[in-house]
Design a protein. Sequence first.
Length: 645
Amino acid sequence: MPTETQLIQIILSDGTKRQVPAGCAAGEALSGAGGQPDRAVLAVKVNGVAMDLETVLTEDATLEPVTFASPEGKEIYRHSSTHIMAQAVKEVFPSVQLTIGPPIEDGFYYDFAFERPFTPEDLAKIEARAHEIIKANYPIKRMEMPRLEAIKFFKERGEQYKAEIIESLPSQTVSLYRQGEFIDLCRGPHVPATGRVQALKLLSSAGAYWRGDERNPMLQRIYGTSFQTQAELDAHLAKLEEIKRRDHRKLGKELDLISMQDEIGPGLILWHPKGALIRLLIENFWREQHLKQGYELVYSPHVARLDLWRTSGHVDYYRENMFVPMKVEASEYQLKPMNCPFHIMIYKSHLRSYRDLPIRYGELGTVYRYERTGVLHGLLRVRGFTQDDAHLFCRPDQIEPEVSRVLDFTFFVLRTFGFSEFEVYVSTKPEKAVGSSENWAQATAALEAALKSRGVAYQIDPGEGVFYGPKIDIKIKDVLGRAWQCSTVQIDFNNPARFELAYTGEDGKAHQPIMIHRALMGSIERFFGILIEHYAGAFPTWLAPVQAKVLPISENQHGYAVEITEQLKAAELRAEADLRNEKAGYKIREAEKAKTPYMLVVGGREQQAQAVSVRGRGGVDLGSMPVSAAIDLIRADVTQARQSH
RNA sequence: GCUGGCGUAGCUCAAUGGCAGAGCAGCGGUUUUGUAAACCGCCGGUUGGGGGUUCGAUUCCUCUCGCCAGCUCCA
């Protein structure tokens, strides 16, 4: 063991080496003898493990400062923030019990056992107290305690939940953190003092179950966030406002795209003319491209005999999400939750040769799933939706080339809709699964090989595959950096066996094909919701329900305006004339609110010159030009938008 | 499904136990308009629905439907 006088060698992340006395705190070792501690440094990685700055060094080590700039730094900062909030809650409401309080993406929360929900007024009081705790700059000190002593300690303080947590921990000692009078069970690390947290704000409160189980008592959760500077916090709050502004439920109503109505039922969408037109454009594009890609398009019914769903296994594995069956004559019928059995039955309608494969059946198939009321959310989670579904039937050796094609196709389609950043995941075999281990290994390898051949970076989601086969999930990132799950490519070993699918091989014998399920947009409803938020309702010109609005200044130009509108329509543009008895400013305001890409203002001057004055969405003055030039301009925008990838 | 909040005119929101209101939209008129809101008038309600308390309920209680946030779930 090194003694107090011994020197140890530390290596900093920039490569410099330094001798410090054994027993030196990691933070001091970082700043060097007599050096000023850097306030931006929140913690330190000792041999790669994040620790408190006051951690005592006893042997040679590599050290790396942890700042707010890194993901670990943010976690530590927010973890300390949630402790500050918890301290504040305990001080304002001494009867609360602490449970858990982790950092999360963009913030933190803490769950408290309390006899009633927190009100906004409570949050204001708690936040004020938290700011006082920050100002007091209490040092945050780590201490260790034997397990049994810690259980006793928390029980004496009335913290039953904390005692229960320790009872479920295997270790013989636990670590506690103290700041002022507040002591919490915590693995750490933490920032050295409460004053390190600069800008903190509590955001909301809501119920949450103890250990996430709905049979357990409901706790009161408070969400908050913290940043190093008020400016960063303000920017984050502005982003939250922006998210609210773009909410597809709000924009869907304002732009008269869709509605959901009590009389119809939750999770069921009405597509109004403008929304329906955008959907039509999306679907036309989809069909056109699928035919180009060698898919055959099919249609299938909305209900089928329950027996079909017994064969497919949905009755066993998916009943919870199915509407109850309906009795018709002597049999039961089921509203379809999936399209796959139908495509399988089309496959089965003939004998298939190895020469026929791969067979690609695509359908914009509308399915109905019973989702619990609490999970429904605008267009993003509904009970009736249309999947851009396809099923590929292929030989084992065709998995990789088929998946590669699907990947190329997916990225092409997503880019066309304005998405350029993706997160890709490969999910591997879960505990409960059908199919042999070799099959899984082979299919998973084929998925990875396809991704590698396309140079796509991906992460492995271990054990997250569906029971019937491994899958690739693609999340798209929208303009605000939010990730949305849309595309999925799933290998299926199960259905070919259940439906006894076969093809005749070169050897004249029957073989079982592999099935690949894939969706590019996932659900049209969901994808549309994401598109609305991505574009904040200002759709690119090729998707805009009205591409150009002709706005006459006075009644004298009505004839001219109608004439121009007809010319635009003849050029296959979606144009409307606003002939209402209103001033130009009013008409422009309305067109802007509707997010119309082009406004063609026509007054006496334009009529005289047989021209239009073009205003682009957002107040862009594109000047006066002949009608034909305006048509060329808008048409070029339409083509460009569809090819902008 | 669970916990909490909410539900008033087409939309956004007022009215706390005492005559249900405003702005916008719509309709009629005046105005003939130049790049984000002209002016006047009119119309508009079973206050989500049922039941209860009360002389009297948008308001209080209860059941129910729906929405929102979170939890849980998400083949």
